[in-house]
Design a protein. Structure first.
Lengths: 311, 222
């Protein structure tokens, strides 16, 4: 056996981080969950190379990296649609591809979506922290001191997975210029005027440039509070639409803090979070209210899509 | 006892919420409720998070019946809390007050109309209770344990600092806190401690403080 297979970063791209399905169970100590912005594509990429859903993979944002293989690397890319080149060959998305030692995988022109997941067979073997390999830039937790990857970083690849590969279904449908996201009301909808709820359901909001993995600052008509725009801090689930005194909502995403002090008018349903994770600054969002039962059904349908089952 | 509500916070979390009060009684109910949920559910829920007057339970919507979980949370919230195992131990934290490590001590004294030594005496003779840990890993939000004892209700700095050093002990809005790592921050820094609120190398106890803990600050010898 030679040295373990690894991948080196030739060019890091705009914001490339290692993520698994998140650092759960320590939010009470202020540890953010982090994890992928588009968990569907993360899981799909892992399944395409025979990994368990939670293996550590790369999340690639807007401008992709150039990576070099050391040892045979089997990889797959899911999520945002990039033009891929493996060595001198064009490479498909959503398919396992082998990169020979010394060959480079390049991400070029992005056609749709904001974030892609690159999974390698065996997963990236970086040291876990509290059971997770996710990168939280804000709290500096996770691999590489919790920072985005830089040129010269070397990423060890783990041994091939032992278990049977799980079925890999269809790719996520990507947004084109914007997306309709379903929300359930609350938990603090009672702190807003009835008009605010109508506005939320009827208007279009735009993702501003002040948006990142922590959250998207949205611009649109003002969502008015009845009286106060403050609550005593409580936990902030992913997908929360928190509204500070400005009346302009912030959609909390993967790297959100564990708690927050602004009322949350509605919460994006789990089934639509991957789509939300594919939005970029300039994209529009419209919100549709649904019930919790509808939300769970939608999640079941998304799960069936991942499993590749026809329903 | 029935002054709480259980509401969905999206399709993967339930929020148990008491009236918005910052007091030790509410905080004690919240902390004991969180403990009871962890003991009962363990890994069957994804996370249990304490707020000032709330507990949020994260669950997997495809594995959990939210109506059953909600009913159970109501039951736990209305059950008498388990007998406490006595008063929690007081964590003692040595602080070097003032000087370069506590650059806002004089401003705080001016705000309060007293001397810096008075502020130090007051801060180091007050027992605090940790209500919430958040902002960054390990940052404790603390109020005086005795509700009667009003701590300095000073607003945050008009201009937040872009870099507050790790270990800074700071106050704002009636609270005191400790910065576990260098971050931006708007609280008034009155001293520094070598105690680390978050230390990943402290394997058995990476987080020094949890909601419900009590804290006393001691004047460190120079």
């Amino acid at each position: 056996m030679t040295a373990m297979a690894h991948v080196s970063v030739v060019r890091p791209g705009m914001l490339t981080t290692i993520q698994d399905l998140g650092r759960w169970g320590h939010q009470q100590s202020g540890v953010p969950v982090a994890g992928p912005m588009d968990a569907y594509s993360h899981r799909l990429a892992n399944r395409l190379v025979g990994n368990p859903d939670g293996a550590a993979a790369l999340e690639i944002t807007l401008l992709g990296p150039v990576l070099e293989a050391h040892g045979d690397i089997v990889c797959a890319v899911a999520g945002a649609e990039f033009e891929l080149t493996a060595g001198d060959r064009p490479a498909p998305m959503h398919r396992a591809v082998t990169i020979a030692p010394g060959e480079r995988l390049r991400f070029a022109g992005r056609a749709a979506g904001a974030r892609a997941t690159l999974a390698v067979r065996g997963g990236f073997d970086v040291p876990p922290l509290f059971g997770s390999r996710s990168t939280s830039v804000l709290s500096r937790m996770g691999p590489f001191g919790g920072r985005a990857l830089l040129a010269g970083d070397e990423l060890a690849v783990g041994p091939p997975p032992a278990g049977p590969a799980r079925p890999a279904g269809l790719p996520l449908g990507l947004p084109s210029g914007g997306a309709r996201l379903r929300v359930v009301a609350g938990p603090h909808d009672g702190m807003f005027t009835p008009e605010a709820l109508e506005v939320l359901a009827g208007a279009r909001f735009v993702v501003t440039p002040q948006s990142n993995r922590m959250g998207y600052r949205l611009e649109g008509p003002k969502l008015a509070h009845r009286t106060s725009a403050d609550i005593l801090s409580d936990a902030t689930p992913i997908g929360s639409l928190q509204v500070p005194a400005s009346g302009q909502p912030i959609l909390l995403m993967a790297d959100r803090q564990t708690t927050g002090g602004y009322p949350r008018i509605a919460t994006v349903i789990s089934a639509d979070l991957p789509l939300a994770g594919q939005l970029a600054p300039g994209d529009w969002i419209a919100f549709d209210f649904c019930t919790r039962d509808e939300a769970v059904r939608a999640l079941g349908e998304l799960e069936a899509r991942l499993e590749g089952s026809r329903s | 006892m029935f002054d709480f509500r259980v509401v969905p916070a999206g399709d993967a979390a339930l929020l148990v919420e008491w009236p918005p009060r910052i007091d030790v009684e509410t905080s004690s109910r919240v902390v004991s409720m969180a403990g009871a949920i962890r003991a009962r559910y363990g890994a069957r829920v994804r996370d249990v998070v304490v707020g000032y007057c709330s507990v949020t339970v994260y669950y997997d919507p495809l594995e959990t019946d939210p109506a059953a979980l909600e009913a159970d949370l109501r039951l736990i919230a209305t059950s008498p809390p388990p007998a406490s195992s006595g008063p929690s131990a007081v964590v003692r934290i040595p602080v070097r007050y003032g000087g370069e490590e506590g650059p806002d001590l004089a401003d705080v004294a001016a705000f309060a109309g007293c001397t810096p030594a008075d502020i130090v005496a007051r801060h180091s003779s007050t027992t605090f209770r940790v209500f919430v840990v958040g902002f960054v890993p390990g940052f404790p939000y603390m109020y005086p344990l005795s509700g009667a004892e009003r701590w300095l209700d000073i607003p945050r700095r008009a201009t937040p600092r872009t870099r507050v050093p790790a270990g800074s002990v700071a106050i704002a809005m009636g609270q005191t806190g400790i910065y576990p790592m260098e971050t931006p921050g708007g609280w008034h820094v009155i001293g520094r401690t070598d105690a680390k609120p978050y230390d990943p190398d402290r394997r058995d106890r990476p987080f020094l403080l949890q909601p419900g803990d009590q804290v006393r600050f001691d004047v460190a010898r120079a």
